[in-house]
Design a protein around this ligand. Structure first.
Ligand SMILES: [Zn+2]
Length: 330
């Protein structure tokens, strides 16, 4: 069985770190254990379910029934194993009529983070770089700076999540991952801090990938394992915690690499094994709109849960709040 840190624990952990209260602090929960997170970005993915699908670029939040069903299935499996899934939601989803399925997931304890309203590029410095939707319909953002549009996009998601599900966002994940996270964008980090986020998940370390459709050779697999070192949580100079995404993601494997499922399972198994061996963090990133298409039998999630179970207490399924809380204490 596994347990998880609550939002409250996190706030306590972060405030303790913030005031430098070192003496008398209890060991963080799960001390000495690997923290294995399973995260799902609730958005539609270009090239899925059909390779020619590109219209999702303009309506990332318009989740289809298959993606919702898959997200619910993943959550059910992880919960049965004693853990929770960390979900990230694109706010436009809340324009749909029925969000009861997501309310149920929140009630079951799965935290829901903010992934912006339109899946915007938080690094954009020009309006046309913010999102496909605004390139086609520039009047939606006319007269506003990228900063204003991006901050508003994050705020709207919080408002929609509160209004339709009744919960506050559990953290923020940037659409797209960046090899250096937000290291060279203190301005973006400041927006997030000002919006009240103690941590961000924005870094996806660089790693080699195969040519499309080619089975990964040992060289690529070991490079993916080596990239785990760069996917460990840390604190930026301004105090914001980074919880990176751990390679390889479903999009990296199935869109960029056009891999077969078995190749992905091998890469994920090896990466999780590294994290357990080092008692480190692993932040598995998938999209129900992509993984649900290539792995309808939930083999990847079952594999991760199985590896954690076999680790004999050396690992727990954790959410990103727990990973961030531990990084805040270091
Ligand atoms: Zn995304």
């Amino acid at each position: 069985m596994t347990s998880r840190i609550t939002r409250r624990d996190f706030v306590v952990a972060v405030s303790a770190g913030a005031i430098g209260c070192a003496a008398g602090r209890a060991d963080p929960p799960h001390a000495g254990k690997a923290l294995i997170a399973i995260t799902l970005d609730l958005e539609m993915s270009r090239n899925f379910p059909k390779w020619e699908d590109t219209h999702w670029d303009y309506e990332k939040g318009n989740l289809d029934d298959a993606a919702k069903k898959y997200a619910v299935g993943v959550c059910r499996r992880v919960k049965a194993a004693g853990g929770v899934v960390h979900l990230f939601v694109v706010g436009r989803l809340f324009e749909q009529e029925d969000v009861g399925w997501l309310k149920d997931l929140a009630r079951d304890g799965h935290p829901i983070g903010n992934h912006t309203y339109d899946h915007v590029n938080v690094l954009a410095k020009k309006p046309e770089d913010i999102q496909f939707r605004f390139r086609r319909s520039p009047w939606l953002v006319e007269g506003r700076t990228p900063e204003q549009v991006i901050v508003e996009n994050i705020r709207l998601t919080t408002a929609a999540l509160k209004t339709r599900v009744g919960v506050n966002p559990a953290g923020f994940r940037t659409p797209g991952g960046f090899a250096d996270g937000l290291a060279d964008r203190p301005d973006v980090r400041r927006w997030l801090i000002d919006l009240g986020y103690p941590w961000v998940s924005s870094k996806y370390p660089a790693h080699p990938i195969t040519e499309a459709g080619k089975e990964p050779a040992e060289e690529v697999l070991s490079a993916i394992v080596a990239a785990q070192e760069k996917a460990q949580p840390f604190r930026y100079p301004d105090g914001l915690i980074e919880v990176p995404m751990s390679p390889i993601s479903d999009i990296g494997a199935f869109r960029n690499g056009r891999w077969k499922l078995d190749w992905f399972l091998t890469a994920v198994r090896r990466a999780v094994a590294w994290a357990i061996d080092k008692r480190a963090a692993f932040d598995f990133l998938a999209h129900p709109s992509c993984l649900g298409v290539v792995d309808p039998e939930f083999k990847t999630v079952d594999l991760i849960l199985d590896v954690v179970k076999r680790a004999d207490g050396k690992a727990v399924v954790a959410d990103l709040d727990a990973i961030a809380a531990r990084a805040a204490k270091d």
